[in-house]
Each structure stands twice: as structure tokens, then as C-alpha cells.
Write a protein that binds this ligand. Structure first.
Ligand SMILES: *C/C=C(C)/C=C/C=C(C)/C=C/C1=C(C)CCCC1(C)C
Length: 244
């Protein structure tokens, strides 16, 4: 990829993310009003998530544009991490809310996973600051990436456990959506650690950087507006009311 193409590819994906976050914000805000109060909170959180992401994508886009017009010099990656440290706990909370577990289990699940999410992103950030371009096992990128992955596994295991507890009580239709949601969770959250490693896989530093940015951006669109739509669908079906 030449530099201009690479620059424009990232530019276009970031621009698409801004459109996706903005339009889904509008959708979630309008859709929540049609739900019964007990089903609204999860959709309200979706609106908050995409609004936070909209703001950060404007900043990310700005940072990309001002990164010396196509030189691909490292741009301000911290915006992504500030975004994630706010939005990942909210995404966890959205899911936990639609599970409608026993209050005690719900609150323990929430607290534990908000802490895990915080630690996953914070330790990942420490590794992200290392501009290692080859795989080196004792580099900060590898070590912090591995620590972060432990929390990643703990979160997925815990959320899957919560889905298992809840799914039997759901209507057939909602069960189907929970199954899709499970796949979406692994398939989209799984992109982040892969994108994180891309710059170290022996690509040219420019290509590694570009693929990482595109990877993070696509994953964000699926994991925020896309995931939010599934949560909205569950809330809507619960509203019609044959399962808790
Ligand atoms: C909307 C943003 C979301 C859903 C972000 C999710 C981010 C992750 C699941 C990040 C995970 C990471 C690892 C598991 C290891 C390497 C470092 C991270 C932070 C990229």
C-alpha cells in the first residue's frame, strides 16, 4: 500500500465510524422512549456508549488528519483507550441488565466485571505505548498484552456464565438473540487483541499501523452500534412480555 492510499483508507474508516456512532445515537435515543421503563436502561446505556464514541472519533479523526498529512507518524492512540475505559464497562452493564438475574448475582457480576474491564484496558494501554515492530517475548507490548488478555478471558467467561443462567428463562426468540450475541461478543472483542499484535507481525511499520487502525475501527462499529441493536431487540421482545 502506498502512503497516500494507506492514509485515506484509515481516514475513510474513521469517517464511517463517526457516521455510525452519530446515527445510532439518534436511533437509541428515539427507540428507548417506546419501551417500558424497566427495559429502558440498557438502551439508554447504548446511547451513552455511542455518544462517548462519537466524541472520541471526532478527536481521533482530528488527530489522524493532523498527523503530518499522510506521514503515518504515530498519532494519539490514547483517545481510543480513554474511550474504551469508559465504554467497555457500560457495554458489560448493558448485557448484564438484559439478563435479568437475581439482584444479588446481578450486582456481583456487574461490580466484578467493571473492575476486570478497567484492568484489561489499563494494562493494555501500558503495552500499547511500546512501539515494538517485531514479536519480542519480553517486550512491554507482549507482557502487558498477556496480562490484559487474562482479564479479557475472565470477562468473557463471567458474561457467558451469566447468559447461561438467564437463557433458560427466556422465550425461544430471545434465546436465539442471546446465542447471536455470544458469537458477536467473541468475534468483535476478539479483533482488538489481534489488531494490537498486528504491528509486531513483521509487516512494514506503516502497514502494521494502518491495519491496526482499520481493525480497531471496524471492531468499534460492530461492538458498539451493532451490539447495541441486539440489546435493543432483546429489550423490545421483553417489552412485549412473555419472558423476564
Ligand atoms: C467499544 C470498545 C470495545 C468493546 C473495546 C474492547 C477492547 C478489548 C477487548 C481489548 C482487549 C485487549 C486485549 C485482550 C489484549 C491487548 C490489549 C487490548 C486492550 C487491545
Amino acid at each position: 500500500m502506498d502512503q497516500v492510499q494507506a492514509y485515506q483508507l484509515v481516514y475513510n474508516f474513521m469517517s464511517l465510524a463517526i457516521a455510525a456512532m452519530g446515527s445510532s445515537f439518534f436511533f437509541f435515543v428515539s427507540a428507548r422512549g417506546a419501551l417500558k421503563p424497566e427495559n429502558r436502561m440498557a438502551v439508554t446505556l447504548s446511547a451513552a456508549v455511542v455518544l462517548i464514541a462519537l466524541y472520541h472519533y471526532v478527536r481521533i479523526f482530528d488527530s489522524w488528519v493532523s498527523t503530518a498529512g499522510g506521514s503515518l507518524a504515530p498519532f494519539n492512540e490514547a483517545y481510543r483507550y480513554v474511550d474504551w475505559i469508559l465504554t467497555v464497562p457500560l457495554l458489560v452493564a448493558e448485557l448484564v441488565l438484559v439478563l435479568r438475574l437475581d439482584k444479588k448475582i446481578e450486582s456481583a457480576l456487574l461490580k466484578r466485571n467493571v473492575v476486570y474491564a478497567f484492568l484489561m484496558i489499563a494494562t493494555g494501554y501500558l503495552g500499547e505505548m511500546d512501539n515494538q515492530t517485531t514479536i519480542v517475548l519480553d517486550s512491554a507490548r507482549t507482557i502487558w498484552g498477556a496480562v490484559s488478555s487474562i482479564f479479557f478471558v475472565l470477562i468473557l467467561r463471567d458474561l457467558f456464565g451469566g447468559i447461561d443462567l438467564s437463557i433458560k428463562k427466556q422465550s425461544k426468540e430471545i434465546q436465539g438473540i442471546f446465542k447471536v450475541l455470544r458469537v458477536v461478543l467473541v468475534a468483535t472483542w476478539g479483533v482488538y487483541p489481534i489488531a494490537y499484535l498486528l504491528p509486531t507481525l513483521g509487516l512494514s511499520p506503516g502497514d502494521g499501523m494502518v491495519l491496526k487502525q482499520v481493525g480497531y475501527t471496524i471492531a468499534d462499529i460492530l461492538a458498539k452500534p451493532g451490539y447495541g441493536l441486539l440489546i435493543w431487540r432483546i429489550a423490545t421482545l421483553k417489552d412485549k412480555g412473555n419472558s423476564r
